[in-house]
Design a protein around this ligand. Sequence first.
Ligand code: ADP
Ligand code: MG
Length: 238
Amino acid sequence: MSGLELRNIVKNFGAVEVIRDVSLHVNDGEFVAFVGPSGCGKSTLLRLIAGLDKPTDGSIAIDGKDVTAISAADRGLAMVFQSYALYPHMSVRENLAFGLENTKVAKAEIEARITDAARMLEIEPFLQRRPGQLSGGQRQRVAIGRAIVRRPDAFLLDEPLSNLDAELRVSMRAELAALHARLKATMIYVTHDQVEAMTLADRIVVLRGGRIEQVGTPLELYNKPANRFVAGFIGAPH
Ligand code: ADP
Ligand code: MG
């Protein structure tokens, strides 16, 4: 089976159950948003998918292959964090190339990918600058660019726009939609902003207390919320 499959995922930190029996299938090329209040387990679930952390129980498969024990680097995924996580002492170009240099990807290919991503994200004029010399929006573009140059099968984005001001967030939202249309890659997008989820996602996964409350298209969730919590969170009448 193609796509990403989460089966009965449980994650405990000590005695605390943070993810409780989450099962989900994400299709190739799908844009899925994880929404829910702060602390409901969105980032934890994303980190488990990325392979940055291991589930306490359950399994994760990509294209039918069990990756539960496979390292983050070998899963073909790229993660974009809210905090950008750029190296301050490196230029934008070096930040983009970092992590690709010691792989099988040839130098010329790395250069071509950087040029392509920089053009796509309109950060070409800043390639020689350091992150500290960029605005928040430009930094977040670089962070997305760093994921793009890896040519991942799926992008995992953890509240990538939440540090940006409202106006920029709206324009970056449109850019993300365009990027998804162009790359045709799977995107799993964590946000606590329901408007972002409603406008960007093919399907929305509503989480509460480490459990899935409902999964559906934005329209399904709006028209047929499973309960008052989902309705309230989505902003649907209830
Ligand atoms: P969200 O991203 O939805 O805000 P998180 O996934 O970051 O939520 O956190 C879910 C819960 O797990 C929170 O109660 C948080 O305190 C707890 N948690 C997250 N990471 C750890 C950790 N490394 N150790 C202990 N508790 C953690
Ligand atoms: Mg989080």
